[in-house]
Design a protein around this ligand. Structure first.
Ligand SMILES: Nc1ncnc2c1ncn2[C@@H]1O[C@H](COP(=O)(O)OP(=O)(O)OP(=O)(O)O)[C@@H](O)[C@H]1O
Ligand SMILES: [Mg+2]
Length: 300
């Protein structure tokens, strides 16, 4: 039995269709990433998975429980970190944890072992109000609060947005440890480097799942020769490459531009750009990153 199944989920807010025919199967113990730009429908999907929103169409089951009929039972097995800061800023670290534990009829001391690894990192600040914690510590506290009732499924909506890179890396290491304990985790992220750490990822755009696969599978599926190019001047280069016959797409990517072109056209492109007066031309074939794949799928 899969930990999570969605069948043909659709949801509208008035005229806005936030989700369209979303079907997913997530096995137990998987770390599943949902990648999508602002407004793609990530939070809507997560609200439905956590029984906080009933979809217009479609069905959801968690561990075989139906999200509408069995919502009470589901709430016991799900831990949820909503996108925005979900803690009580006026309560201390310890009080927040006590509160979330008491909602589920347990206590911090009873379930402390479940969060031990993470809690030791914020315990020195246990008397500090949550509002006064750093971004990374707030996220750790929110994760502790989501874990305190021993959920078997964790739903994390952009858990690392706005968190510094070191804390982000630490946070993902924690998620990988939780997954090793058999917890099923679904996390959304706008950071492509985090997508690589998932067992599988789904690209979501305008409420539609564009593609679902392992990070390696997504990269292997790219299926076109991809190149990185730099030259002087960089800015005009973008249009110059785009206009060259046979170039399917060219976009700025960090320090260079990435583009796709059949391998036998590369020498012709080089000659063409040199004739146009571009200097210091550096051009090499590269392996696509997950971000390249996302850009390709969301533009096609
Ligand atoms: N309560 C609401 N009322 C009306 N429209 C909404 C509501 N919530 C979301 N939407 C719209 O539905 C679409 C999907 O929103 P959703 O919040 O699910 O996306 P998201 O991927 O979580 O975006 P973000 O990255 O900005 O958090 C967007 O167009 C959004 O404006
Ligand atoms: Mg959101």
């Amino acid at each position: 039995m899969n930990a999570i199944e969605t069948h043909h989920l659709s949801h509208c807010y008035g005229a806005v269709q936030a989700l369209r025919d979303v079907t997913l199967s997530i096995p137990q113990g998987e770390l599943f990433g949902v990648i999508g730009a602002d407004g793609a429908g990530k939070s809507t999907l997560f609200r439905i998975l956590t029984t906080l929103l009933i979809p217009d169409e479609g069905r959801v089951t968690l561990n075989g429980l139906d999200a509408v009929r069995d919502y009470r039972a589901i709430r016991r097995i799900v831990g949820y970190m909503p996108g925005r800061f979900s803690l009580y800023g006026d309560l201390t670290v310890e009080e927040n944890l006590q509160f979330f534990a008491s909602v589920f009829g347990t206590s911090l001391s009873q379930n402390r072992r479940l969060i031990e690894d993470i809690y030791v990192q914020i315990e020195p600040f246990r008397r500090r109000r949550a509002a006064q914690l750093s971004g990374g510590m707030k996220q750790k506290l929110a994760l502790c609060c989501a874990l305190i009732h021993a959920p078997s499924v964790l739903i994390l909506d952009e858990p690392t947005t706005g968190v510094d890179p070191v804390s982000r890396r630490e946070f993902w290491q924690i998620l990988q440890r939780l997954r090793q304990q058999g917890i099923t985790i679904v996390a959304s992220t706008p950071y492509m480097d985090e997508a690589r750490r998932c067992d599988r990822i789904a690209f979501l755009r305008e409420g539609v799942i564009l593609y679902t696969d392992t990070p390696q599978g997504i990269v292997d599926h790219f299926g076109e020769p991809l190149y990185a190019i730099t030259a002087d001047p960089m800015h005009a280069l973008l249009d110059a490459v785009r206009c060259f016959p046979g170039v399917l797409r060219c976009y700025a990517f960090g320090e260079s531009h990435h583009f796709t072109l059949a391998a036998d056209r590369i020498d012709a492109l080089r000659t063409h750009l040199e004739a146009q007066g571009y200097h210091h031309l550096q051009l090499q074939p590269i392996q696509p990153t997950i971000e390249d794949c996302y850009l390709k799928l969301s533009q096609s």
